[in-house]
Design a protein around this ligand. Structure first.
Ligand SMILES: Cc1ncc(C[n+]2csc(CCOP(=O)(O)OP(=O)(O)O)c2C)c(N)n1
Ligand SMILES: [Mg+2]
Length: 555
């Protein structure tokens, strides 16, 4: 069974004309549905930016102050828009600057297209030392992309772009790199533009295995569902909820899977509630997740729990454990297939609402009882509307939010995943806000992580990107400092930070600055910022915070 995606693509005629490589690249992006690019120009890209100049009505260019931001913004854009995010960087140092962000998109299965320039085509890999030359750029970037490829004539560009989009629209979504040398971007020849790449289709798991899985689930008394980012990337949230309701199975979401079911639903459980549920599960249905804990460790499952996995990536199935049943396919098709098979048999289960609501309430009492994280978390959640989007970071409130923040809609909680990249939060939130200008976007940063990208306050002001940027300022790489304090005998080194005056900093960039000295003040500051809807920085001075995983028994 395959099913068309909801993304509407305009149909284009195949057309042959004489044009430059730059024109061909720009035209093919348009033909693949791209309308926004995040980029930073340079001499190897002149032919491309020249082509973009004449297409500003169709392709908006958002330029940044560092290449990391182009790729983070493309990632943020991709995670919330249902479209691919596209960034454009010069070769060598430009691509290397973008690499931390690409590795993050790789970790989080985000469809990012990175377009890179190249030195002159006849000098590639000669080692002469051309401006921005690095040896085997394609080979280098392949390690953190799904594919990487170069065109060496203008007429090769349409195929290059279509193959990239075919990768971005099939299987496990991960970033893709393409590159075109500077002379080819200016060279002219006859080019045949294709109609673009078809929309994504969903691959269904093997039918006989789905029969087996349905039989196991029908017989299960206390089934438990684990949902990860694959549910969101595969737009499978309705199917997930329907199946869970049929089975009366609680759903534990990974950080990247948050929003797969609304936390208002009694079946939605966080990782603290999971501690109560896991030992009693007779069957675990694991959908679109690596199925690891916060520290990328395998979960200590009860050996009697039968394991069924749905995953688009066959390699993921058996990396750490051998499931009883492997369903290789898209979450949407897999879950729909199970619903079809279970609709008659499992329809009459009694509601587990009282029992599961109690598990949830007990977990939340502990989570929100954490001082001060629970109070700040509550203040943020109360101030932000249900459809508001939180972008996390590697900071104390980010860690807490990964398991604690209630999330009510799909794709409204965005994290750097296992890459844990400082610098991710602020930049990614800017891309999210470009994709969703009418939605509240909250970026949760520490002073350390924000420092990786504070130059992008200029981008925020210049392009009027009204994301609300929080900086929890403890004058420290707080997580590092706490480890040195608690586990390394207080041997503090390289973990204290002397910070700028954040209000003066915001003012210098032309961004509205607010300071919030308590959870209540933070709530007020967020509410005011939502009303003002302008580029905003909110500094939240804080002290050291307790280790959230230890406090909640998650480690
Ligand atoms: C790119 C990158 N470099 C280094 C680290 C290691 N690291 C993890 S947490 C952390 C401290 C973060 O400090 P801050 O952003 O202020 O958050 P806090 O813990 O103080 O809340 C560091 C340096 C990282 N995660 N990513
Ligand atoms: Mg800090």
């Amino acid at each position: 069974m395959t099913e068309s995606s909801t993304i509407d693509r305009t149909h284009n005629d195949v057309r042959t004309a004489t044009m430059t490589g730059g024109d061909a690249l720009a035209e093919m992006l348009i033909r693949n549905g791209v309308d926004t690019l995040f980029g930073l120009p340079g001499v190897q890209l002149d032919g491309f930016f020249n082509a973009l100049w004449s297409r500003q009505e169709q392709l908006r260019v958002v330029h940044t102050r560092h290449e990391q931001a182009t790729a983070y913004m493309a990632d943020g854009y991709a995670r919330v828009s249902g479209k691919e995010g596209v960034c454009v960087v010069v070769p060598g140092p430009g691509l290397l600057n973008a690499a931390a962000a690409l590795s993050t998109a790789y970790a989080c299965n985000s469809p990012v297209l990175c377009i890179t320039g190249q030195i002159k085509s006849d000098l590639i890999d000669h080692g002469r030392g051309m401006l921005h030359e690095i040896h085997d750029q394609v080979g280098m970037i392949r390690h953190i992309t799904k594919s990487a490829e170069r065109a060496v004539t203008p007429s090769e560009v349409p195929g290059l772009v279509d193959r990239a989009f075919a990768q971005l629209r099939s299987g496990r979504m991960r970033p893709v790199e393409i590159e075109v040398p500077l002379d080819i971007l200016f060279a002219e020849e006859s080019v045949t533009l294709s109609a673009g790449t078809p929309a994504r289709t969903y691959v269904s798991p093997d039918s006989a295995r789905m029969d087996e899985a349905a039989a196991i689930l029908a017989a299960a008394k206390t089934p438990l569902i684990y949902a990860g980012g694959g549910v969101l990337r595969g737009e499978a949230w309705s199917e997930l909820q329907q199946l869970a309701e049929l089975l009366q199975a609680p759903i534990v979401m990974s950080a990247n899977g948050k929003g797969a079911i609304s936390d208002r639903h009694y079946l939605a459980q966080n990782q603290v509630g999971e501690l109560d549920l896991r030992p009693h599960a007779d069957v675990a249905l694991v959908v679109g997740t690596r199925f690891l804990d916060n520290f990328s460790q395998p979960r200590p499952m009860n050996p009697d729990t039968k394991l069924i996995r749905i995953d688009i990536d066959p390699e993921e199935m058996t990396r750490d454990l051998n499931p009883d049943l492997q369903l290789v396919g898209d979450a949407k098709a897999g879950l729909a297939g199970l619903i079809e098979r279970l609709a008659n048999t499992a329809g009459s289960r009694p509601s587990r609402k009282d029992e599961l609501q109690a598990v949830k309430d007990a977990a939340n009492a502990r989570i929100f009882g954490m001082v001060p994280q629970g109070q700040y978390g509550q203040a943020m959640r109360d101030a932000v509307p249900d459809d508001g989007i939180f972008v996390g970071e590697m900071t104390q409130l980010g860690y807490w939010s990964n398991f604690g923040m209630p999330i009510y809609e799909p794709n409204t909680y965005i994290t750097p995943g296992y890459q844990g990249t400082l610098g991710f939060g602020f930049c990614t939130a800017l891309g999210v806000k470009v994709a969703k200008p009418d939605t509240t976007v909250i970026s949760i940063n520490g002073d350390g992580g924000f420092g990786f990208a504070l130059n992008e306050l200029a981008t925020m002001a210049q392009h009027n990107i009204a994301a609300i940027t929080l900086v929890f300022n403890d004058s420290a790489y707080g997580n590092v400092k706490r480890i040195q304090e608690e586990d390394l005998g207080g041997r503090q080194i390289a973990s204290s930070l002397r910070n700028p005056d954040y209000m003066a900093l915001a003012g210098a960039f032309g961004v509205t600055g607010r300071r919030a000295e308590s959870p209540a003040a933070l709530g007020t500051a967020i509410t005011e910022s939502i009303k003002a809807n302008e580029p905003t920085l909110i500094e939240v001075p804080v002290g050291p915070m307790p280790n959230p995983w230890r406090a909640l028994g998650l480690r």
